[in-house]
Write a protein that binds this ligand. Structure first.
Ligand code: MN
Ligand code: MN
Length: 317
């Protein structure tokens, strides 16, 4: 029994109390945690529309809908398997991306250095770079499992190398934080800036699975391909919600038509095999553009729970 259990919504209604992620306890200094939820309310890297600074709290708010047992993985009880708490938010300096990334890395490192797996809730995708810096410093280069409609491996945006959410997975390879030979990018689709937008990831050494290939493969075969690619290496999973079709996830920074449904996207996560996850994130939730019923925030919260469940499945195996 972990001792870090969410408030039971059969006992107290969901709208009561502090809106931590899934009504989990707020982390206290010295807590021996397996995983910490940490909000990263930075949208200073958004190349188009801002608002994902409000993403962490939007995800927390809708996460009260979730329940702690997974029928998709032998009814595992996630919070009896893992000690999880909500560690609040990393600090940021709005409009100042470099300063924000430094503060984010500091916050994440304070968890990682204690042996805690961070589950970061963004924020735009630029926050993945400081998160991966913090885990790679402890574990060495990671295998990246990256869900996104965009590869985010452009060399620069607006003349700067760290000036957007479109560059972290090139910087991560250049800084030797990511081992591209054991990494995989899933979901790329849509129109391109340049003809080599797709080959730029392959040239860096990534395996790339487009949205069309993703849907043609189906969840089981894709899960096998991911597992074979990452092996036993330390893994960082990064999940940009624009992987999902904007009909199901309209509240994102850079929507891309023609993606998987939320059902198809969740089926992939539920088919994934346990792996050596050392960090993960769910990014780009932008409540400013979310649809009625906060459907993107609900999906973001659900993806985060599936990631927790995947980590728990690895611990209980
Ligand atoms: Mn992205
Ligand atoms: Mn994207």
């Amino acid at each position: 029994m972990s001792g870090f259990l969410p408030v039971d919504s059969l006992d107290s209604p969901r709208f009561v109390g502090l809106p931590t992620f899934m009504r989990l306890p707020l982390a206290q200094p010295g807590d021996a945690l397996d995983v910490a939820i940490i909000g990263v309310p930075c949208d200073s890297g958004s190349p188009y529309r801002t608002g994902s600074r409000l993403g962490p709290n939007a995800v927390r708010q809708m996460s009260v809908m979730l329940r702690p047992i997974s029928p998709y993985r032998d009814h595992i009880s996630v919070f009896e398997t893992l000690r999880v708490a909500d560690a609040g938010d990393a600090n940021v300096v709005p409009g100042y991306l470099m300063e924000s990334l430094e503060k984010i890395e500091e916050s994440l490192s304070s968890l990682v250095d204690l042996g805690i797996i961070p589950l970061a809730i963004g924020g735009d995708h630029s926050i993945a770079l400081p998160a991966i810096r913090s885990v790679a410093r402890k574990h060495g280069p990671v295998s990246l499992v990256h869900f996104d409609s965009h590869a985010d491996t452009w060399n620069s945006y607006f003349g700067g190398k760290e000036h957007s959410a479109g560059t972290p997975f090139r910087r991560g390879v250049e800084e030797r934080l990511i081992d591209p030979a054991t990494s995989i990018q899933i979901g790329m689709r849509g129109s391109l800036f340049r003809a080599d937008d797709v080959s730029q990831s392959l040239d860096l050494g990534y395996d790339v699975v487009t949205t069309d290939e993703t849907l043609a493969l189906g969840p089981e075969k894709l899960a096998e391909r991911i597992a074979a690619r990452v092996g036993d290496n330390p893994v960082y999973i990064t999940y940009d919600l624009d992987f999902v079709d904007p009909a199901f996830a309209p509240g994102v920074g850079t929507p891309e038509a023609g993606g998987p449904t939320s059902r198809e996207a969740l089926a992939i996560l539920r088919a994934m095999k346990p792996m050596n996850i050392v960090g993960c994130d769910v990014v780009e939730t932008n409540p400013t553009f979310d649809g009625p019923g906060q459907i993107t925030a609900l999906l973001g919260a659900t993806v985060a729970l599936e990631l927790l469940t995947l980590i728990a499945a690895g611990r209980s195996a």
